[in-house]
Design a protein around this ligand. Structure first.
Ligand SMILES: NC(=O)C1=CN([C@@H]2O[C@H](COP(=O)(O)OP(=O)(O)OC[C@H]3O[C@@H](n4cnc5c(N)ncnc54)[C@H](O)[C@@H]3O)[C@@H](O)[C@H]2O)C=CC1
Ligand SMILES: O=C([O-])CC(=O)C(=O)O
Length: 405
């Protein structure tokens, strides 16, 4: 009978001794979690994939387990009407775990734990507005990590990253398992966005662009170092303003309807003077459409670009899953012993006077092998750095106090 067959215990033979790493995703049924799980299932470095959530992980696990890729699915156990039913979804090593009572099983023996669990922003909210809910979620999940896989590399995605990473560090310190080399706040999406936006402006292939983005992961704490872009590029002051603002507001561009308003300097031919991003709700006279809107005013002086926004349905999920997999893959390549695996991440750091800071790090067999200094900054970046540090200091302290209080 089709309906009941999935609930019978089926003996199956998992591929014995498949090489690769064991990875758990906490929050695997969410907007980021699902595409992240799918992409990790496609990663040849992953042999075992554990999918944990407080809802819907059985369905996501069953679905992902049918993919004929290396990381495989063995079994899914779920509590139903007080009974634990074991059902084997497929041969292989993707396992689903549902609810707090299965958190420890989800974590035992993991090499890498990726955490996108928690609530996302709605229009009008800052990432810091998520603190009250997400701080507790991250605390509980990290307490599980200290018990079950204290040596795992942790990739923390849940916002506000500027505070959740300090929270995780304090939880690990309290349990005596803290190793700063293994705790990384994921800021990869800022780099992904920066590469894309710079490539657009310069007419380059984004795959060939590398923009270091340092600081943190919220507003002005996101500091793209455009003076260090590879391949070397020079930007006009207007391009620098536009790119910095667009990268810093990339998350908000997805969360809510957002406008980029430019004043065209017709006397200067194709040059655009960038003004500032403006919310659609602040400009009611402009017709709203869901796709990119370009309109010219009567005197051709204004160019308006409106992004397609989720407008209440959450924040970035697909680009984030892509970025998370790019970052997780770098961590796994480091664990495997590959040379020169370098990415930006928000980590415990002595690069500035702050206890945490995002900058380029080299990943190795035990996590972070080296944290690189910021390198030479221009005046624009030095001003940005001071603003970033001021906000970051408060966010870090908020996270630390949450555990210490
Ligand atoms: N670091 C970054 O660059 C980015 C971070 N984010 C953040 O990632 C987080 C997740 O975003 P989405 O996936 O869009 O949200 P979502 O709401 O679609 O998914 C979150 C998932 O977490 C699960 N969850 C809630 N409490 C949990 C718990 N105690 N244990 C395990 N799972 C739990 C939910 O059931 C849900 O499936 C948000 O905090 C968001 O702000 C989002 C985009 C970029
Ligand atoms: O903006 C948000 O709330 C989600 C996020 O961190 C991002 O997209 O960078």
């Amino acid at each position: 009978m089709e309906g009941s067959s999935s609930l019978q215990q089926v003996s199956c033979r998992a591929k014995g001794g498949a090489p690769g790493f064991k990875v758990a995703i906490l929050g695997a049924a969410g907007g980021i979690g699902q595409p992240l799980a799918m992409l990790m299932k496609m990663n040849p470095l992953v042999s075992v994939l554990h999918l944990y959530d407080v809802v819907n992980s059985p369905g996501v696990t069953a679905d992902i387990s049918h993919m004929d890729t290396g990381a495989v699915v063995i079994s899914l156990s779920l509590s139903l009407w007080g009974h634990v039913l074991l059902y084997n979804v497929n041969h292989g090593l993707v396992r689903g775990f549902l609810g707090q009572s299965q958190l420890e099983d989800a974590l035992i023996g993991m090499d890498l734990v990726i955490i996108p669990a928690g609530v996302p922003r709605k229009p009008g909210m800052t990432r810091d507005d998520l603190f009250n809910i997400n701080a507790g979620i991250v605390k509980t999940l990290c307490e599980g990590i200290t018990k079950c896989c204290p040596d795992a590399i942790v990739n923390l995605i849940s916002n506000p990253v500027n505070s959740t990473v300090p929270i995780a560090a304090e939880v690990f310190k309290k349990a005596g398992t803290y190793d700063p080399k293994r705790l990384l706040g994921v800021t990869m999406l800022d780099v992904v966005r920066a590469n894309t936006f710079v490539a657009e402006v310069m007419g380059l292939d984004p795959r060939e662009v590398d923009v270091p983005v340092v600081g943190g992961h919220a507003g002005v704490t996101i500091l793209p170092l455009l003076s260090q872009v590879k391949p070397p590029c020079s930007f006009t002051p207007e391009e620098t303003d536009y790119l910095t603002s667009r990268i810093q507001n990339g998350g908000t561009e997805v969360v809510e309807d957002f406008l980029y308003l430019f004043l065209s300097c017709s006397l200067l031919g194709s040059a655009w003077l960038y003004l500032q991003p403006i919310r659609i709700s602040e400009l009611p006279s402009i017709t709203e459409e869901h796709n990119t809107l370009s309109c010219l005013t009567d005197d051709s002086n204004f160019f308006v670009h409106m992004s397609e926004a989720k407008a209440g349905a959450g924040s970035a999920t697909l680009s984030m899953a892509y970025a998370a997999v790019k970052f997780a893959d770098a961590c796994l390549r480091g664990l495997r012993g590959d040379a020169s695996v370098i990415q930006c991440a928000f980590v415990a750091s002595q690069v500035t006077e702050l206890p945490f800071f995002a900058s380029k790090v080299r990943l190795g067999r035990t996590g972070i092998d080296e944290i690189y200094p910021l390198g030479p900054l221009n005046v624009y970046e030095r001003v940005g750095l001071e603003k970033a540090k001021k906000e970051l200091a408060e966010s870090i302290q908020k996270g630390v106090s949450f555990i210490k209080k």
